[in-house]
Design a protein around this ligand. Structure first.
Ligand code: BES
Ligand code: ZN
Ligand code: ZN
Length: 470
């Protein structure tokens, strides 16, 4: 399906169906909606009513807020897909809701069919947006930017959805190289021998039992006179079996998504480079596979991280933080950034705390958390702040090393994981750093909002919006 902005009024556009947004007041006050009333349509938000004889799809819309417009478009898209029409047209409501319209249609029509021998073909080919008496030039940029971010979100989803037999640390590195080439980014890939030279003992331990070598991927987008420098760090566990602290069979399914932080960071740098923002962006990815075997790292091992901090391994399934410890240190050593954001499917506990739809936001700076939480709301993503405290920090104490990789008590598991990472943030960077736990928000097995089965691309819209408005 393609979405196109046309410099025409609605009546001048040739399409099979017209989409009309309607609220409860419209419905009451117009005699012309008699048929809708007869059909029992009440214009509830996200409800639809197809009047085929009028070639019109009515969509309930409670307000012109982006969240409502986006989900109304999702409902419209579902109704269109269930019918046989090839094209539909609608008026963009106003400039403010244009992004929500683009995201609603593009993200809800996303399908991942790489492994289907006979993918279901949809008849819907085109959605035409009419400019509704607005200035075409003025809104064209909003449209193009929205499409760029939506496409980057789908790019992230594609990588998350790719099966682990195909997507391992080495193929992820190859994919990153291709993105760098396509988008003129700098690219540096560190293989295991490089990682050894860089003293990344914590990250290397996690990937030791895998037949695929671990890799640290560093991409950078460097415009001429950048206003700010941002480092984005992604957890790239292409598979998390749990290691010797093996996951139960049912929990292991979906663990191809443990690379979603890395995929999000790739989507973000793709978006930023295509939006041509004047912000320097560095993407650092720890690409590792957590497996079992005779050479696997073990509970009781003590690892020496790049920073010199020693880590007692008490659970090999708390591997993401071990990888991030070294990648965060490396990123801070290599780039002096104004902001350091990491994205990771880090803990099941984050889902317990906030639910499946919300990204956990952690860090020291209240101002930064506030800014990012506002950017999330504006971008259509959900975040919830999880507060650090000194009592939880004590739970990470180890008797034999500097720190343990799991807390001694299970409660507040998302926060103790965040506080583990904090041990690897340098003093001067404490207020520049935020940790995003996307364990729940990055992947779904049932559709919600504009997300369909599989990877959601969580983080891409949020960071694209934040950087655009920085
Ligand atoms: N990748 C998982 C976290 C996860 C769980 C992501 C479910 C998405 C859905 C992570 O590596 C993990 O296994 N964490 C453990 C930590 C525990 C051992 C302290 C967890 O959450 O159980
Ligand atoms: Zn794990
Ligand atoms: Zn993991």
């Amino acid at each position: 399906m393609k979405i196109k902005l046309l410099n025409k009024n609605l009546s001048k556009i040739d399409a099979n169906v017209t989409i009309k947004f309607i609220d409860k007041d419209d419905l009451k006050s117009h005699k012309k909606y008699k048929l809708l009333n007869l059909a029992g349509f009440t214009a509830e938000q996200d409800s639809v009513c197809f009047l085929h004889e009028k070639a019109t799809l009515f969509c309930g819309l409670e307000s012109k807020k982006s969240d409502d417009v986006r989900t109304a478009c999702v409902s419209a898209l579902k109704a269109l897909k269930a019918s046989n029409y090839a094209s539909a047209k609608l008026n963009i409501i106003d400039k403010n809701s244009l992004t929500a319209i683009v995201e609603g249609f593009v993200l809800a029509s996303y399908e991942f069919n790489d492994y289907k021998s006979k993918p279901k073909a949809s008849n819907l080919k085109d959605i035409f947006l009419a400019i509704n008496n607005l200035d075409y030039k003025d809104i064209k940029k909003t449209f193009d930017d929205a499409l760029t971010v939506a496409n980057a979100t789908c790019f992230t989803r594609d990588i998350v959805n790719t099966a682990p037999q195909e997507l391992n640390p080495q193929t992820l590195a190859k994919l990153a190289k291709k993105l760098a080439k396509d988008n003129s980014l700098d690219c540096n890939i560190l293989q295991e021998d490089d990682l050894e030279k860089e003293n990344m003992g914590s990250m290397l331990a996690v990937g030791r039992a895998s037949v695929h070598g671990s890799a640290l991927i560093h991409l950078s987008y460097k415009p001429k006179n950048p206003k700010k420098v941002i480092s984005l760090i992604g957890k790239g566990l292409t598979y998390d079996s749990g290691g010797l602290s093996l996951k139960p069979a049912t929990s292991m399914v979906t663990m191809k998504m443990d690379k979603a932080g890395a995929c999000a960071v790739l989507g973000m740098i793709k978006a930023v480079s295509e939006l041509k923002l004047d912000i320097e962006v560095h993407a650092f990815i720890g690409a590792v596979e957590n497996m079992i075997g005779g050479n696997a790292y073990k509970p009781d091992d003590v690892l020496v991280s790049r920073s010199g901090t020693t880590i007692e391994v008490r659970n090999t399934d708390a591997e993401g933080r071990l990888v991030l410890a070294d990648v965060l240190t490396y990123a801070q050593d290599k780039v002096k950034a104004d902001r350091i954001f990491d994205f990771a499917t880090l803990t099941g506990a984050c889902m317990v705390a906030l639910g499946q739809y919300t990204t956990g936001l952690m860090g020291h700076s209240h101002k930064l958390k506030h800014d990012l939480s506002r950017a999330a709301t504006a971008s259509g993503e959900l975040t919830g702040s999880l507060p650090f405290n000194k009592h939880l920090k004590k739970l990470l104490k180890s008797e034999i090393a500097d720190i343990s990789n799991v807390a001694s008590k299970p409660y507040g598991g998302a926060i103790t994981a965040g506080m583990f990472l904090d041990n690897f943030i340098k003093k001067e960077n404490k207020n520049k750093w935020l940790h995003f736990d996307i364990a729940g928000s990055a992947y779904t097995e049932s559709p919600w909002d504009c997300n369909v089965y599989g990877g959601t691309g969580a983080g891409v819209r949020l960071i694209s919006h934040y950087l655009k408005t920085l």
